[in-house]
Structures are given as C-alpha cells and as structure tokens.
Design a protein around this ligand. Sequence first.
Ligand code: ATP
Ligand code: MG
Length: 569
Amino acid sequence: MRASQLFARTLRDAPAGEEAPSAQLLLRGAFVRKVMAGVYTFLPLGLRVLRKVEGIVREEMDAAGAQECLMPGMVPSEPWKATGRWQAYGEDMFKLTDRAGREIGLGPTHEEVITPIVDADFSSYRDLPVNLYQIQWKYRDEPRPRSGLIRGREFLMKDAYSFDKDADGLREAYRKMVEAYRRIFERCGLDFRVVEADPGLIGGDVNHEFMAPADIGEDLFVHCTACDYAANVQAASSRAPEGPPDEDLQPMNVVETPGRATIEAVSEFLEIPPERMLKCLLYRAGDGLVAVLVPGDREVNEGKLARALAPSAVEMLTDEDFRRAGLVRGFVGPQGLEGVTVIADPHVRAGANWVTGANKEDHHATGVNVDRDFRVDRWEDVSTVQDGDPCPRCDEGTLRVGRAIEVGHTFQLGTRYSEPLRARFLDEDGKEREFLMGCYGIGVSRIVAAVVEQHHDDAGIVWPKALAPFDAVVIPTNMDQEDVIRTAEALYGELRDRGTEVVIDDREVGAGVKFADAELIGFPLALVVGSRGLASGVVEAKFRATGDRRDLPVGEAAEAVPGLLAEAP
Ligand code: ATP
Ligand code: MG
C-alpha cells in the first residue's frame, strides 16, 4: 500500500469531546471516523485491525468446535416478548415498525433468534451438543455512549450459544469457551483477568467476565495479591472479620447533633472516625421495610442486597414512607425498630459501642451495641468490598481494586431462554426436556479500543504485531534524491513479494511528518531509507515498541525483516 493513496488523513489533535486515549488515537490515526454518538465508520486502517481481531476470534472458536453462522440484525418482537426482554431491555433496544405495522427490533444479542432455530431443527438428545456462533453488528441505545469504540450503540460482537442435554455437557461446553477466550485475548496482546461476575437475580448462574485493566475502564474489579481470586466489585466479597472486639461495652447515651444528618458531618462534629459509626439505611422490599446496617466507612452494595432479598424488588424509601413509618431521615438507628427487618453486614459483628441515629431529629446515640440495644434479624454480606480487605479465598492475600474494560462475558444460562421459548428435545427415556444453554460474548470492536488503551504512548498507538494494520512502513526520508527513492521502492517491492504487509510512505512531505505519522499509526517496524544511511550502505530499522534501532545492509534488509518482526512484541 502506498501512503500517497491510502485513505488515511491523520489529525494533529483529537476532535473535541473525546476523552479516552483510545478514542483520541483511533480518530487521530485515521482508523475510524465518528458518524454520530456511539456510531463509527471504520476507515481502511481501522478495518484491517478489526478484521485481524475477527480472524483470531474465528480461528479459536472454530478450533473449539463452534460453528459459524450469521443471524440478521433485524429481529421479530414475538420471541422477545415471550422471554420478557422486549420489556426488560426497554429503551436500550432499538425498535421499529414495518409497513404492515409489525414491531421489529435491532438485535442487542441473539438468544431469541438462535433458540427457536435449534429447537425446530434438533429434536433428540442424539443431536446434541451444538455450539453456534456469529460475528455480527449489535445495536443498543446505550444511555451513555462514550469512549469511542468502547461503548458504541452499533458495535461488532462475537456471540456464541451452546445447547446441551445435561449439566455435565453444559459445564464442558463452558470450559471449552473459557479456554478459547483465554487464547483469543492472549493472541490479541491484551493483559486480562478472568473474574467472577455478578450472578444477577437468578441465583446460581455461573458467569465470568474477561476484564482488561485500563484507567478509563467503567468496571471495578478486585483481585487478590496472593491467590487467583478475582471478581467484579458487584459480586466480590471479602473475608468476614472476627468479632466481637475486645472492648468494654459503654452505656448507651443520646447526644445532640444539630443539623448533622450525614456520616461525615456527625463524624466531624463528635470527633469520631466514620468506621465507628453505624450506617442504617432503609429500603422497601416487596411489601415490607428493611433496615440495612454497615459500618460508616462502607457502602451498601445494592446488587448484593437485591440478591439477598430476591425475589422482592428493592427500592429506597421515599419521604412519604419515612413519615408513615414515623422515622426521621438522617437520624435513623436500629434501636427499637419495630415491623422492620434488620439486616446487618458481617462487618458489624466486629464493632462495638457504635454511634448511630437516635430516631429523633438532631440526635444521635453513642455506645450502641448489637443484641443489647438492637436486634439483627439476618446477617448478610451486603457491603461493597474495599481496597485492602482480606481475601475471602486464601489466608495471606489482600484485595486490590482496579478499573477494567469488560472484553468478554461467558454465561451458563441453563433453561433461562429454553423455558419461556419452549425449546425442548427428547431425552434417552423419551421424555421432553429443555435445552441447557450457555452464551458467550466478545466485544470485537471493543477489543480494538481496549488494546489501544493498554498499548500506547505519547506519540501514538503501539500495536501488538497480531493486530497491527500493517507489519512495517518503509520511509524514504529525502524525496528529492533518486537513490533514496529507488532503494525504498526496491525494498518495498521485495517485502511485498515476500508477503510482508507493508506500506511505503511515498508522500511528498518532510521526514518529520512521516516519522510522526508512523508513530501515531503504530506500525511495529519502520524501515528508514535516507541519504546519510545509504552513504554507508545501510537502511535503519526501528522498533515502535522499544525504540530500538538497527542498521541493516541495504542488500540484506528485506531478508532481515521477518526475523525483526519475530522479535517485535
Ligand atoms: P457492559 O456491562 O459493558 O454494558 P454487557 O454486560 O452489556 O457489557 P454483554 O451483553 O455480555 O455485555 O455483551 C458481550 C460483550 O459485548 C461485552 O463483554 C463487551 O465486550 C461487548 N459490548 C457490550 N456492550 C457494548 C457496547 N455498547 N459497545 C461495544 N462493545 C460492547
Ligand atoms: Mg451493557
């Protein structure tokens, strides 16, 4: 490819409003152009990278025994209504109406399309197992499309669906997918962690997220410093502290705290650290009221709370609810709460002589103790893990919290879709059974951005070789010197003949511009042909990742390139 013909106008500055480094660099390097919020065009350079990710994904999915198919972007509403997701997705799903007035959706994922097809074509346990996948554009009207390709409204996903006759089969299908995912992310050059994900409200579901650590990541995950425990903060727990503490119980006392209704304000006013305060939050769960207790320096994790209280839906109390229950917002404590279920986090067991609301405007109670002054109806892990907490799995480790981008998600669904869609087969005994399903997603276009987040420097992108749009760029530095142009063209021709993916920067621009663009675009190897080098018979090879330079004798340069590329990361 000739840079003079390549449709790739690099930009000196990123367009306004793009904050993620990957969004800035992919725009500046002419990989993508923004069409509207969350919707991008892949230009020639970007498409080459996207195709490479796709290629890796396809190879590993095929090797794991999955079969590729292609489902439509447009989906009928009926099966979505049957599973309840037409409602549940709500505004996140793009919906349209055809000329006959039929409701149609743009697929945000495809369980509702593949399940009826497998159901129609497979009727016996002898047909199973099968795993079908596609690489297809997905549509989601994300409330906050941001960070370029990381959260798009149209994005490329690889989604796979496994169908098995029993739980062992599903576990095996799942294991194979997790292994394939590990290889995919490794080959893409991503640093990643496999983390336990939020199991959602349907308890018992096994699912894992594949997280690529990055500062701009929207997901928080914890990992242990000593063992391989890793989990999304939404799902993570820490080792419950021992308790009660070795501390003399003080008598309960009510003190005035005028106008101080928050943990910080009371902590400052009474000069006691937040961890000695008892946070008492009130929720409505179904028909009842629930008080949730955590130490003042901890947060209630609403995902964990929702799971603890499922199937009741959990909501915060309104002012009206407070009034009706005779409670004073900002001054609630667990003492003497009647008709309210009191749930306490295990961390509460490790404390004594708490300071908490006195259930009276402008007053708090000190020296409040569990059992003596208030009862706990249920002990439940409902607090969010914090950096520095002890690992729940091993004895030595400490948990660290980090940010990451979710690049893949694997899910053992069981009969979550086969049941509402009545997708069944006949088992060995001639009995009808629902398919046991798994689903497995990878954000193909998101990987492009995640890799840039992990592999860039001030000058631009540093593509891992496996994803680079081209392996090498040949840069003639003096366009007015015939021997420079002749040598560069010869090298370019020879590299192409040898099958190297190479660009020659034959533009009539200064060497500085060419160097800057080569670094911005991120070719793993630059081959610089200049008059000074030629005077001593050499071409200079420069590695993008390390900046290392090497002089190659002109006659041997093309031959040396495959070896140099093998050294590049
Ligand atoms: P997120 O929590 O980031 O919204 P999700 O849980 O909704 O992701 P899944 O439905 O599991 O994602 O989709 C599978 C994969 O598709 C995700 O792991 C992610 O890599 C990718 N993906 C999801 N939403 C987007 C998006 N809006 N833009 C780009 N990629 C996405
Ligand atoms: Mg999402």
